[in-house]
Design a protein. Structure first.
Length: 706
């Protein structure tokens, strides 16, 4: 049945009416060349970073090409305060103005289009995007603008595709490395009779350094750019990804095995198979003072998962996925007085999805999970997520140094859920065959859940000079519960009445020049999260409710200095606190008030620094060498703050040498000191457990351009 036809979708229908009222008729085009750094994430078109009241880090395509990240953490880790921890393959947990974890508090985009629907968040989202062949990555630290909705709390990651070349070009990259690593990157591009064409291919294999942690990846991307005689520009893009991996996914070891047998994997039976495809067609038409942009898109995601991190507590094998049909519509009009700009539009999303999940029962030998039996289907449901989100964003400069911004977004969402099994309570066997106990689980009956939320934002920038500006911002944001939180109830007898998590974010920043030999920026932020989803143990059942409150605040800085013609030093640093502001854990022995404690896996200190040498001598011309230091500070391993992970320091080396104009050799050494470190450390069931990070690893390759 078509979207918004039935009466129960009245709120979505109202939002659509508002949306259509905000999207006027198309007008024509304007272009402006700027020497200053530009950002495209906030309003989905280029605007000066110096006039954007947000903390944004722009990673250029050249930096991505030099680093050639085997994992997104190798490039995202240069963003102030950003921590990506490798789970397995290219999977990751993320920490940016939030503790390192899997929470749905980040928005992941590809050319401004969300890679997944809000209701089907996946914390591993970046392995569905071809990061090593990107033209750049924009990272908004903290909540997004009025053009981003649910999930854009801790940050927004926008991966940009490469545009087509003006003339024929092609390149191939072959590389090999430790632990069976191999990768082929191929690219070809040209413009023929006004049609700009580009194709990219990424084929990757790794055996994994831990037991049974190998993976294979195949990704392809296609882009077509075409200017029309009317002055409009059409951009069509498509990307497909297939990832098949065994997974240690943050599989922890006991403290003793972590020290002596780090390559062990207790959970070697686990796997994750991911398929993703996205396509969009962007139409943009601009005239002297207005622009209209329409981007319809489709996407398809499917994941087959036996999760290592659930084997002991909630073991299952689940097949889940969703398909999407959506539209990003925007109209912008500029007014001469005060350089005023008004942006209105709407985001529409229709995403039917499903979940099929079987209960597993494992046999263990010591710490190792050796085999399992399938105990039958425990969840089988269809759920359709729908969204209509009109917004308005305004900018003005009442006098030259000042730029004011204000935005307002209304998100109307619904989940239409249909259960295909019996409803109510049912029992499942214990996770291990050695136990005869059972647990009570729940399945909700058919239901429809509506969510609506209004998100305001205010911001201002002040230019003291062309190379010095400051900004201040307030942004209210939120996160709607995901489909699995609502309908995959587990031991929670009433999960479908969860409410959205709300966030109020305040920040100020000071920025120096964004180009030249010395660039820098700094800022402070304060974020209060309310109605956080808190899971409590009450007698024999777990209850999820919106009773949590957390506070996040800190200081961020980044700088780059070319102090000699051949030498550049750069880096970023963050000091932040992430604390429970109201959090009471209930158990059979009484309540435990965690208010004031640090949240686990939330380092206060995160640093990154690089030293780059580019010699100018005849035979050394074309050489680039980089030394990198990565530091993640100590953090608490448990809610009670009784145990602390000591943090780690890692050192990496990278180099590239142009043998000829079209031929380059490159290499990198990761964890040069072969330090022992952890991607995750926790204290649970009376013992410390660690997920070991990769040891010293060496990679080398060659790039040929044609």
């Amino acid at each position: 049945m078509p979207l918004l036809v039935r009466g129960r979708h009245r709120r979505l229908a109202l939002a659509l009416v508002l949306s259509s009222a905000l999207i006027p008729v198309p007008l024509l085009a304007q272009e402006a060349q700027q020497l200053q750094e530009m950002t495209v994430t906030g309003t989905r078109e280029g605007e000066l970073k110096s006039e954007t009241p947000a903390a944004i880090t722009i990673i250029k395509g050249g930096a991505v090409g030099f680093v050639k990240p085997a994992h997104p953490s190798e490039i995202i880790g240069r963003v102030p305060g950003a921590v990506l921890m490798q789970t397995n393959g290219e999977g990751h947990t993320t920490g940016l103005r939030q503790p390192i974890g899997t929470d749905a508090v980040y928005s992941y985009l590809e050319d401004g289009v969300p890679t997944r629907a809000t209701g089907f968040f996946n914390h591993n989202a970046l392995f569905e995007v071809n990061v090593p062949q990107a033209d750049g990555i924009e990272v908004t630290r903290g909540p997004g603008s009025a053009l981003q909705g649910s999930d854009a709390i801790g940050g927004v990651f926008n991966v940009l595709s490469k545009p087509p070349a003006d003339k024929p070009e092609a390149s191939t990259t072959l590389e090999a490395g430790s632990y069976g690593w191999g990768r082929f990157l191929g690219s070809a591009s040209d413009t023929i009779d006004g049609w700009g064409l580009r194709g990219d291919l990424n084929l990757t294999h790794s055996d994994g350094w831990r037991d049974a942690t190998g993976y294979d990846r195949q990704s392809a991307g296609f882009r077509i750019d075409r200017p029309l005689s009317s002055g409009a520009l059409i951009k069509a893009s498509m990307s497909v990804t297939n990832v098949d991996q065994q997974t240690g996914a943050n599989a922890r070891l006991s403290g003793m095995d972590y020290k002596n047998r780090a390559s062990d994997n207790y959970h070697y039976l686990a796997y994750r198979k991911v398929k993703a495809a996205r396509a969009s067609l962007s139409y943009e038409r601009e005239d002297a003072d207005s622009l209209v942009s329409l981007t319809p898109f489709v996407r398809w995601n499917e994941m087959d998962l036996l999760a290592s991190f659930l084997m002991s507590s909630d073991p299952s094998a689940a097949l889940s996925g969703h398909q999407s049909l959506g539209l990003l519509a925007k109209y912008r009009h500029d007014f001469a007085p005060w350089r005023t700009r008004l942006v209105t539009g709407a985001d529409l999303d229709y995403s039917p999805g499903f979940r099929e999940e079987d209960r597993l029962r494992f046999t263990k030998s010591g710490e190792f999970f050796r085999s399992y039996t399938n105990q039958g289907r425990i969840y089988d449901y269809d759920v359709t997520y729908m969204q209509a989100s009109p917004y308005v964003h305004a900018e003005t400069s009442p006098f030259s140094p000042l730029r004011l911004q204000a935005g307002l977004r209304y998100d109307a969402m619904s989940y239409d859920y249909q259960n295909n099994l019996s409803t109510g309570a049912f029992t499942v066997p214990n996770a291990l065959t050695s136990s005869a106990t059972t647990s009570t689980y729940y399945r909700p009956g058919d239901a429809t859940r509506y969510f609506s939320h209004l998100s305001p934002s205010l911001g201002a920038t002040w230019a003291f000079s062309p190379d010095l500006n400051t900004f201040a911002r307030y942004k209210h944001s939120f996160r709607a519960p995901s489909e699995s939180q609502l309908f995959r109830s587990g031991q929670n007898s009433d999960s479908i009445h969860l409410r959205p998590v709300k966030v109020d974010n305040y920040e100020i920043g000071l920025r120096g020049p964004d180009r030249g030999d010395f660039t820098w920026e700094t800022g402070i932020f304060h974020m209060l999260k309310r109605d956080d989803i808190l899971t409590l143990q009450d007698a024999s059942q777990r209850i999820s409710s919106n009773n949590g409150k957390t506070r996040h605040y800190g200081f961020e800085a980044a700088a780059s200095w070319k102090f000699l013609p051949e030498w550049t030093i750069g880096g970023s640093g963050t000091y932040a606190r992430h604390r429970y502001a109201g959090w009471v854990a209930r158990g059979t022995s009484g309540n435990v008030d965690l208010t004031g404690n640090d949240i686990p896996t939330a380092p206060r200190v995160v640093h990154n620094a690089t030293l780059v040498w580019q010699p100018k001598g005849d035979w050394l011309n074309g050489l680039t060498l980089e030394a990198e230091w990565v530091h993640v500070g100590p953090y608490k391993m448990d809610d009670a703050n009784t145990n602390t992970y000591s943090g780690h320091h890692l050192f990496n080396l990278r180099g590239a040498y142009a043998l000829a104009e079209n031929l380059e050799l490159f290499g990198r050494v990761i964890n040069v000191g072969d330090s022992q470190w952890a991607t995750n450390a926790t204290y649970t069931s009376g013992r410390e457990e660690f997920a070991p990070g990769a040891p010293l690893s060496v990679f080398a390759g060659i790039t040929a351009k044609f």
